[in-house]
Design a protein around this ligand. Structure first.
Ligand code: M2E
Length: 251
């Protein structure tokens, strides 16, 4: 029996999350100086954002700086912090042009006051845009996210606003980051590693996973388009019974 759900709502991902890995290896392979791979990686995001906008993707979330990235050499952390601030500045005209809402997730308490202020300002100035949402994960970890949500519930229990027995996965899910966004339906990792690396753990519970050897600065909208086509194929297959797939193979 067919349903009246529009095909586009299952075949086009609502929410894509990307682990932008491979900047340092790109720098080494191209004889760039220390940290210059990150500078190359900074420009790779623009065509991806434009492609998502054209395709009708509602939310694009990228892993700019993980909880674990604090362990990198101090000079690299400092460079990444400067790059984050300059990128936010540079992106503002593009956010205005394309009417993209900018949001940040992560433990911002660990960041410089100046960077925190810049992030709040960028969020406030783009809050009314509705063409797409670009989420930048900074000082983010999936385990931090879930622990932070658990703490909010614990505070409610402590204040007698909530009974412990009423806690379930549906309620906890309302307190993790991006609870107001659609679930991630495609998780992409560039740079050849096959790990989640503590990115969005709760939000990717049902995501289709995509891995590529391509280093982040070399990643193109074309390659993302191929992955979205593969996503649509997987969704079509998922919508059929195994018998229907067998019939299709025999025809
Ligand atoms: C990014 C940050 O490795 C990071 C260096 C800075 C740029 N970058 C990668 C980002 O992820 C902020 C915005 Cl507004 C856009 C992209």
């Amino acid at each position: 029996m067919s349903t009246s759900i529009p095909l586009s709502s299952v075949l086009i991902p609502h929410h894509i999350a990307i682990i932008m890995d491979g900047n340092n290896r790109y720098g080494k392979a191209n004889a760039l100086g220390r940290g210059e791979g990150h500078i190359a990686g900074k420009d790779a995001l623009d065509p991806i954002v434009e492609y998502c906008l054209e395709t009708g993707v509602q939310v694009l979330t990228v892993f700019a700086f993980s909880s674990e990235n604090w362990q990198r050499p101090p000079s690299e952390v400092a460079l990444l912090m400067r790059l984050l601030a300059s990128t936010i500045h540079e992106q503002m005209p593009r956010m205005n042009k394309y009417r993209i809402r900018l949001r940040f997730i992560g433990d911002s308490s660990q960041l410089d006051d100046e960077l925190q202020a810049l992030m709040l300002d960028a969020e406030a100035k783009t809050a009314h845009f509705e063409a797409m949402t670009l989420v930048i994960a900074i000082s983010y970890g999936g385990q931090w996210d879930i622990a932070h949500a658990a703490k909010q519930l614990a505070l409610k229990v402590e204040a007698s606003d909530l009974r412990a027995e009423d806690i379930d996965s549906d309620l906890l899910g309302q307190y993790v980051q991006l609870a107001d966004a659609p679930a991630v339906d495609m998780l992409v990792r560039t740079g050849g590693e096959y790990r989640i690396s503590n990115f969005l753990l709760w939000q990717t519970a049902y995501a289709e996973l995509f891995f590529t050897q391509t280093l982040w600065p070399d990643f193109t909208a074309n390659e993302l388009a191929d992955m979205i086509a593969e996503f649509a194929q997987r969704q079509r297959r998922f919508g059929k019974t195994s018998e229907q797939i067998e019939t299709q193979v025999l025809r």
